[in-house]
Design a protein around this ligand. Sequence first.
Ligand code: HH2
Length: 288
Amino acid sequence: MPDDKPTKRPITGPAPRWAGFVLDRPHVMGILNVTADSFSDAGCYLTAEAAVEAGRAMAGAGADIIDVGGESTRPGASETPPAIEQARVIPVIRALAETGCVVSVDTRHAATMAAALDAGARIVNDVSGLAHDPASAPLVAARGCPVVLMHMRGTPATMASLARYADVVSEVASELSGLVAAALAAGIRRELIVLDPGFGFAKNPAQSVALLRDLPRLRALGFPLLAGLSRKGVIGALSGEREPAQRTPGSLAAGLWAVANGASILRVHDVAETVQALRVWHAIETAL
Ligand code: HH2
């Protein structure tokens, strides 16, 4: 006879710990782009004061981490000189860290990572998986800080032409494993690493969907996963919504799919909405 009582999901081992967090519930990373050319929130936080206020508001709305970036990596973007990037992000990072926010720095440049860590950032988030700047992996190893290794191919300027895969999930898994091997060889400790499939980075919408559907295969690499889907082109393609700022509902749907399939952290623009959606999802998920 089938038992109609809901049962607790099987325990699959202790929750991973990362950056001082116990990842026993989905965590939220709020996006704070101090740029004039990001694909969604360009120019929203151009002064340090406006950016700091926005970051504090995200923390107040429940973001666990504030991800501060000073270089757009939208498709086709050219590289921002590290000095300009630092002028944008360092005052913001310092002010947010001083008020107790956990800050990550979203950068491909070792000099910016070093300045950000000195200013109080605790986490490095590198869309190149520490591959862009040869000084990055030794720096992260020496500082002993948590790091997000994201998968991409080429650079934002070239990545669209590199979205060619025979089997996108296997190839992304194997290329992420290569990033992990390089990080470990540089002396970065295993438990400091989070992996990210890099939605939209050298992936067309169909490839991003394939990765979402097979997220458990990436989780099987043995590292917590971060998913950055917020307002991206894949959400536009699936929803038909052309305006990134109007893609919040679609971003929530994709984010919930990601956490249900193994993601531990969502990187999002819409913090309050995501926190509420995740609270409800998690309450149902863990109810007896
Ligand atoms: N996506 C973007 C930037 N950084 N970092 C991680 N780990 N994962 C992501 O998916 C990711 C990321 C691009 O989004 P956004 O910062 O909103 O835009 P832009 O690069 O145009 O500033």
